[in-house]
Design a protein around this ligand. Sequence first.
Ligand code: PAF
Length: 282
Amino acid sequence: MEIVREPAEMRRIVELARARGKTVGLVPTMGFFHRGHLELMRRAVAECDEVVVTLFVNPTQFAPGDDLADYPRDFDRDRRLAESEGVSYLFAPGPGEIYPRGFATSVEVEGLSSVMCGAGRPGHFQGVATVVAKLFNIVPAQAAYFGQKDAQQLAVIGAMARDLNFPVVIKAVPTMREDDGLAMSSRNVYLEPEEREAATALFHSLTAARELICSGERDASVIREAIGEVISAEPLVSLEYVSICGNIYLEPLSELSGEVLIALAARVGKARLIDNMVFELG
Ligand code: PAF
């Protein structure tokens, strides 16, 4: 596996691979790999001839007071893990390569960026959309892989790719979970042991929603209440929002039908955690 730091060099490598008839897959990450990241790499390696993993802790998606300085990092471990998954290139630029002096352009996906997580994190999805647009240009891959855990991020990136005609297929990879159901996240390292146990309430609340849906419930307010009850029984977990909406355009639903996303965010100690489930309903 080759480590590349320069955007121009990275683009040249991918263009050359494509000119030789290779398919290229892109896995954008902020590093500190867990099984969720490795699953993205595995899917990409299985489906593409060459895979580029990008590792860049993107400052523009963190607000002042967010955890940018504390965000977990371990480059050597990440390098070893990516290599052992069969990744061809690790693109790890510095902030100056991505945001050189005078950088002044941003990408805003209106509407989708200001609901749910966007309501509590203004500017976050603009930072995500801008860096991902840049990565799509630096790594002109045919397919890009993102985790379903970040459902709103997937919706924002999907909309951006459609709206701006990026010639890349966006692939959603299912959420990887710990044995007790907690969705894997780099931010789980912030949890103290008691909080780690309490954090399973997110998954349990979604499981309660799934049971109601399986038994025929379609009223969003009933499902929302059931989720709230499970979360409020856990004093260490403070619910930020529950959204019951369409999976592509994130439009709120009062009656469940079609492709439904149930997503939530909660604070557990120092960590802000998110989780979701998607349901295909008639
Ligand atoms: O999901 C992430 O790790 C980041 O938001 C992404 C897509 C790599 C953009 O910085």
